[in-house]
Design a protein around this ligand. Sequence first.
Ligand SMILES: NC(=O)C1=CN([C@@H]2O[C@H](COP(=O)(O)OP(=O)(O)OC[C@H]3O[C@@H](n4cnc5c(N)ncnc54)[C@H](O)[C@@H]3O)[C@@H](O)[C@H]2O)C=CC1
Ligand SMILES: O=C(O)C(=O)COP(=O)(O)O
Length: 418
Amino acid sequence: MNTPAAPQVSLAKERIQILLLEGVHDSAVEVLKQHGYSNIKTLKTSLNEDELCEAIKDVHFIGIRSRTQLTAKVFAKAEKLAAVGCFCIGTNQVDLEAARDNGVVVFNAPFSNTRSVAELVLAEIIMLLRRIPEKNAAAHRGGWDKAAKGSFEVRGKVLGIVGYGHIGTQLGILAEQLGMQVRYYDIETKLSLGNALQVSSLNELLKQADVVTLHVPETPQTQWMIGAQELAQMKPGAVFINASRGTVVKINALADSLKSGHLAGAAIDVFPVEPKGNDEQFESPLRGLDNCILTPHIGGSTQEAQENIGIEVVGKLVRYSDNGSTLSAVNFPEVALPAHEGSRRLLHIHHNRPGMLTRINQLLAEQNINVSGQYLQTDSKVGYVVIDIETPPKSTIADDLLVAMRDIDGTIKARVLY
Ligand SMILES: NC(=O)C1=CN([C@@H]2O[C@H](COP(=O)(O)OP(=O)(O)OC[C@H]3O[C@@H](n4cnc5c(N)ncnc54)[C@H](O)[C@@H]3O)[C@@H](O)[C@H]2O)C=CC1
Ligand SMILES: O=C(O)C(=O)COP(=O)(O)O
């Protein structure tokens, strides 16, 4: 049985602690302030696990980007944490199950930086097919490589996109404007935009494409999906781009393929191991290869994308904090209940066991409480219910109910929102 906790109403906004890491854009802070949140700490860097375990103890909301690893150990220390905002697309850096098991909701920005990635990749396609990386490197050393040999227009070439989602589709449209023929491979059947064609296997795509570009998420299926065998399937002289996740490609195999000349070039933005901050040394077997463009995970790093992400993710955190909405959460049942005038709102997060709602409703009935709104959603592990109750002004009904609800076996978290 859970031990009954002291009554606790919604925290005053100035007491809600918010920690934003990894240089989240100022737009996030501005929107938080507009909504009355002022207790905001920002850091330019990420924190390691030990630092996070310490820093997270008093934090109610944390904002991260792709570098901060939020592990089960960190969530175990995060007693007050209500939600995580990933100010990026990927959520692979967060132990989503541990978050959910601790009643912590995780949000992200599923598309605000996708145009930026697509534009970068488009530029890299042209640069690689014109052999600019080598010619640029040679010129820096005093060389003058004016030969046309090995340099090609992109017009008419086959672009092979692995992962035809938000980024892959936009890239396909942009590439068609340049006259490229777009083919893609995806595990799901997708609506082909423009003249794009879906192919049925990764190998088929690798064999057909002059340019292969990866736009898949990090999942158990995509981990190390491109190795020596897959690279060998690619056409001699083809080029390869990865702006998805570093764990999708076996980097030594890629280095070998570039060194042997089988691949003419590559552009890589993400790496199996990335420096934690700008002052840490970058190590990679791709360093020193003139036919390889190396960028420091900046596919989504534009002013436009970062500003929009700041506004979007903070919007989701504020909606959860102000009215309990979990719409578009990546690890949680989605619930949104309109505000009921004159009501008080309670949130209850519990392990998904039979009879939880019955027990909550028994309490409401026993205490003769009038419910003006109630909404429950569950997934396989967790249930989330938002309850609006009618109470006379200044009554302690909601606080008393909270104590009783927290005592229900299977409760993960419960609070009075307002
Ligand atoms: N370099 C950077 O700065 C950035 C990198 N990214 C990375 O790009 C990834 C893709 O982003 P979006 O296009 O927005 O994601 P998305 O979720 O819209 O699209 C991903 C596509 O990959 C497909 N897919 C999943 N597993 C697959 C597999 N095993 N084989 C083939 N296809 C598979 C999905 O069905 C989906 O169509 C993100 O998950 C993130 O890791 C995203 C933004 C910035
Ligand atoms: O959006 C993503 O998934 C990215 O990879 C971008 O990550 P970042 O915000 O630049 O650390």
